[in-house]
Write a protein that binds this ligand. Structure first.
Ligand code: PMP
Length: 413
């Protein structure tokens, strides 16, 4: 039902004209771009480009206004606690690193614990390994249940760990599509007086967010997974945390006064935005947010849920195909538009290779989630993921090819 408003949007994506018959099922890695975003970037370069925050001439002031307007738009789009606590980074990964190095180096001490989960993307693991390593602290992980959910009993127990300083969990799993109960995760952490970072790289593109209501201390995401250009991410934080945090990267734009031997730093948000940012890409991200707003995040979520249900039903019918992640029904949707699977007897890379020959793009591998793969006891999976431009015909094409692939490998088992 929610798909009605999205029905025409596929025509906005030129990639499908350049590659007729393309079945693009890898939006969890990065999404395709509509013409409106491509145009916004081209128009900015052609019609009003200059460096920002330099203010000496009108062209720069206009570029600054356009750049800062995206911060305001993002604050409204995500219902952020404050526009000044939205920091532009390169991507979600850099946003986690910002928190790890700035907050972590200041607040973690020998013996302290950062609590992650077995399901995390490496982007929400490795920065914590690096920084706890520097501080003599350590990382503990909440377990995954056999169905692919966070084990909330284990979470409740680990929240009681002495010396726990920070919780860092994903909102939606990129490998399995599990939608975690974010509000509950935040409230549980706060009941124990612990700050929590949520990795929203897979949630922000796919559902309406109200970050003021959610109350996470830190929330990170990437523009390229939500129709925007590569090279832009966001850290959205509670302002009081950022006010207490030292800068992460140093350089131009983030200072108040600089001497040869010391410097003082600008207020929010500039303190965390050293150097010339991805100006045109941020402007492009603004156009992506406008585009998503026009489609409606509720409609997008409904469209993906519907496609997911349909795909799960189709793939469940194929002998020799195993699906991973919690079963989802329409009454109880705890899955985003991500479907992880294997064909019995085949390596996921071979499955992806066969699908590619049929013009179907899926990802194969460990999905930057090696601990999760270990917990599932598989080396890799193939993953189909959906976005606004996907249709039931895309799912039908996937199911048709998988039937052939499963038959082929079934006969050769
Ligand atoms: N977290 C999750 C859950 C992701 O899916 C991804 C992207 N695969 C990231 C973090 C990192 O995003 P980026 O590579 O854009 O920094």
């Amino acid at each position: 039902a929610g798909a009605a408003g999205l029905a025409g949007c596929r025509a906005d994506f030129p990639v499908f004209r350049h590659h007729p018959g393309l079945v693009f099922l890898d939006s969890a890695a990065s999404t395709q771009k509509p013409q409106q975003i491509i145009d916004a970037i081209a128009e900015f370069y052609a019609g009003g480009y200059a460096n920002i925050h330099r203010g000496a001439y009108r062209l720069s002031a206009q570029a600054t206004d356009q750049f800062e307007a995206v911060r305001e738009r993002a604050a409204q789009f995500f219902k952020a606690p404050a526009a000044e606590s939205i920091i532009f980074t390169r991507n979600a990964t850099e946003a986690v690193n910002l928190v790890a190095y700035s907050w972590g180096l200041r607040n973690l001490n020998a013996g302290d614990v950062v609590l992650v989960s077995e399901m995390e993307h490496h982007a929400n693991l490795v920065p914590w390994h690096l920084v706890t390593g520097l501080r003599g602290a350590r990382v503990e992980a909440v377990r995954m249940t056999p169905e692919g959910r966070l084990d909330l009993e284990d979470y409740a127990q680990k929240l009681q760990l002495p010396n726990l300083k920070l919780v860092a969990l994903q909102h939606i799993s990129n490998a399995l599509g599990t939608i975690h109960p974010a509000k509950q995760l935040v409230d549980m952490a706060h009941r124990h007086g612990k700050p929590i970072l949520l990795d929203g790289a897979q949630a922000a593109p796919h559902m309406p967010l109200n970050l003021s209501e959610l109350g996470a201390d830190f929330y990170v995401l990437s523009a390229h997974k939500m129709l925007g250009p590569s090279g832009v991410g966001l850290l959205i934080a509670q302002p009081q945390h950022l006010r207490d945090m030292p800068p992460f990267l140093g350089g131009g734009d983030m200072i108040r006064e600089v001497y040869t031997d010391r410097s003082t730093y600008a207020d929010l948000p500039n303190r965390f935005e050293a150097g010339t940012p991805a100006i045109a890409e941020v402007v492009g991200f603004g156009a992506a947010l406008a585009y998503l707003e026009a489609l409606g995040m509720e409609n997008i979520h409904a469209h993906e849920s519907e496609l997911f249900q349909y795909a799960q039903g189709q793939l469940n019918l194929i002998e020799g195909v195993d699906l991973y992640g919690p079963e989802s029904s329409s009454e109880h949707s705890e899955r985003a538009g991500v479907l992880s699977f294997n064909v019995r007897g085949a390596h996921a890379h071979d499955v992806a290779g066969f699908l590619d020959e049929a013009n179907i793009c899926v990802r194969a591998g460990h999905h930057c989630a090696q601990p999760l793969m270990r917990a599932l006891d598989v080396v890799s999976t193939a993953r189909a993921s959906f976005y606004v431009y996907n249709t039931r015909e895309d799912v039908d094409a996937l199911a048709r090819e998988l039937r052939d692939i499963a038959t082929f490998f079934g006969e050769n088992l």
